[in-house]
Design a protein around this ligand. Structure first.
Ligand code: FNR
Length: 372
């Protein structure tokens, strides 16, 4: 097997944007791991739709705006963020770099970026929390028993996580064709360490003979009652990740969630669904101006961040791009990527005449109807 290059300790001059990191990362990992990271589900239709949606929107430039007091700061769920993007939860980061989530957290700390840690991290949630003073939230997957779910929540509370992000768009694992073809499997040493000591009680064994998906996986999928129980079980703000339908958003709002993350899981859950960005305006309209809304899936640049905010998000999460940076150059790479995104957003805001995040809105986007 050809030797793959080690992660870089200096950033090459030809890495100037998120896409450049994808190109470099491909050289640093096996084709099976790269497929696992980059693919969507089934035919990648939603994966592609997520990118195309950003290209359909255009930003007005504005002139003669004095901008020396501009800033990208904002508050989310009562916490101060230096800029409106967070690192999304990405499982098993030990696949991509030996320092795994510790490197991502160190970069988040250096650039004052928010971080959302996956339940399925390669590093214990307590160790990751200790690496960053910036806001960190814990992403929760419901476990088979309430006791197991609650023990994760209590550990996240004790470790100083400022919110729980519960992911609900994968009641069933998506079909992943590319990595399946290449025989991707998780190496035995990369187990989900947060779940190691959890006594989950008996779980249903799912065999190939279970006659349908519904009697198999769906029998264990979380319900509205489980979410209501979670909301009562913690004093932390709870955000729900993986929402695209305004009716679901409204019901979540009436249950009392602190925020909603409009997401298609980066095109890895339902294939044939709409882009996250296309789902966003109707959700903002449904829940009104005050509920915290984040968006992820397909964000690759500062102009993408701007467009998502203009269409109703308070902030966005970045997934694969920081993992490409992690695989390329560890913490240094992730910090560099965050810096690139911050600079791109500030430049876009300056050119669009927006000095603060609150200045960005639907009026900053060109709509052909303005011509009439
Ligand atoms: C993810 N995502 C994810 N989401 C989540 O809630 N918990 C998790 O453990 C994971 N794990 C995970 C692994 C890998 C390899 C990928 C690519 C994604 C989804 C992630 O949080 C986010 O929604 C998407 O990655 C956002 O889309 P982009 O930025 O990758 O296009």
């Amino acid at each position: 097997m050809p030797q793959r290059p080690s992660p870089l300790t200096q950033i090459p001059a030809d890495i100037v944007c998120a896409e450049d990191y994808e190109r470099w990362a491909e050289r640093n990992m096996s084709s099976a791991v790269f497929a696992h990271l980059s693919e969507g589900s089934v035919a990648d239709t939603t994966l592609r739709a997520n990118r195309r949606a950003f290209e359909r929107h255009a930003i007005y430039n504005r002139i003669l705006v004095a901008g020396d007091h501009g800033s990208t700061e904002l508050m989310l769920c009562g916490q101060r963020f230096r800029h409106p993007f967070l690192l999304a939860p990405v499982a098993h980061q030990g696949l991509f770099h030996a320092d795994a989530e510790l490197a991502s957290a160190q970069a988040a700390n250096a650039l004052e970026a928010g971080l959302v840690l996956s339940t399925l991290s390669s590093t214990r949630l307590e160790e990751v929390a200790a690496q960053t003073q910036a806001p960190r939230w814990f992403q929760l997957y419901f476990q088979a028993s309430k006791n197991a779910t609650l023990s994760l929540v209590r550990r996240a509370e004790a470790a100083g996580y400022g919110a729980i992000v519960v992911t609900l768009d994968v009641p069933v694992h998506g079909v992943r064709r590319s990595s399946q073809r290449l025989g991707f499997t998780l190496p035995a040493h990369l187990n989900a360490v947060n779940l190691k000591d959890i006594d989950d009680g008996p779980t249903r064994a799912i065999s190939r003979d279970d006659s349908t998906v519904f009697q198999g996986y769906m029998a264990d999928a979380p319900t509205w009652e489980d979410l209501a129980w979670l909301l009562k079980s913690t004093t932390l703000p709870v955000l729900v990740k993986g929402v695209t339908h305004p009716d679901d958003a409204l019901r979540l709002q009436s249950l009392g969630v602190a925020g909603i993350i409009v997401s298609t899981h980066g095109g890895r859950a339902l294939d044939g669904g709409m882009a996250s960005l296309d789902a966003l305006p109707a959700i903002r309209q449904a829940v009104g101006p005050d509920l915290t809304l984040l968006l992820d899936s397909g964000v690759r640049s500062g102009t993408d961040v701007f467009k998502a905010i203009a269409l109703g998000a308070n902030a966005v999460m970045i997934g694969r791009p920081y993992i490409y940076a992690l695989a390329t150059a560890g913490a240094l790479g992730v910090a560099h990527l965050l810096r690139i995104l911050r600079d791109e957003l500030e430049i876009t805001m300056a050119q669009a005449g927006c000095l603060h995040i609150n200045d960005i809105g639907p009026h900053t986007l060109f709509s052909p109807s303005h011509l009439c």
